[in-house]
Design a protein around this ligand. Structure first.
Ligand SMILES: [Zn+2]
Length: 176
């Protein structure tokens, strides 16, 4: 209520019911970073939002650590309120939004850009929307951030941290 984010973004989204539920207004934290992840699951296997929730609960979290989850068919699931800081990138959760896409491993179990055309489309639309909602300074992949900063929560094992999200986020065209 009455913070700078509200002031900056009310005109853009105040009349738009389709995104109003996301709850930009009253945000207590400032979002300047978007971090893209993959689930590090094989492209030929399904990893549902229930599977994702189960895996994160197994790591001691109450809900999915990412804010959004994009299935292979391009469907975007809201998995965590934006008002809450995420639990997806150690040291960067407070200022970021976390997005994960389903996949990241090819049929042989090796890291690869397995994004479907639908996932690429949804990811681009989602990132562009977030850039309109928040003063985003950087869009990057999990692997682009150092992970030796102290922070809360980490989703991937160190094994996947080096590859996640299995494509070069920086070279994609997110801006408009
Ligand atoms: Zn990750």
């Amino acid at each position: 209520m009455g913070n700078s984010l509200e002031g900056n973004h009310r005109s853009g989204f105040g009349d738009c019911g389709s995104v109003g539920h996301i709850g930009v207004y009253g945000m207590k934290r400032s979002v300047t970073l978007i971090v893209v992840h993959c689930t590090a699951t094989r492209v030929d296997a399904d990893f549902t939002q229930k599977d994702l929730l189960r895996s994160h609960k197994a790591r001691g979290m109450r809900m999915v650590g990412y804010h959004f989850y994009i299935r292979k068919d391009g469907f975007i699931w809201s998995t965590r309120p934006l008002e809450m800081e995420g639990a997806h990138c150690r040291g960067y959760n407070q200022e970021s939004v976390g997005i994960a896409y389903e996949g990241g491993l090819n049929e042989n179990g090796h890291p690869a850009d397995t994004r479907t055309p639908e996932q690429k489309h949804s990811l681009r639309v989602l990132i562009r929307t977030l850039k309109h909602m928040f003063p985003i300074k950087q869009v990057c992949g999990h692997r682009d951030l150092s992970f030796d900063r102290n922070g809360n929560g980490v989703v991937e094992s160190s094994e996947w941290l080096k590859q996640c999200p299995c494509f070069d986020v920086a070279t994609d065209q997110w801006c408009a």
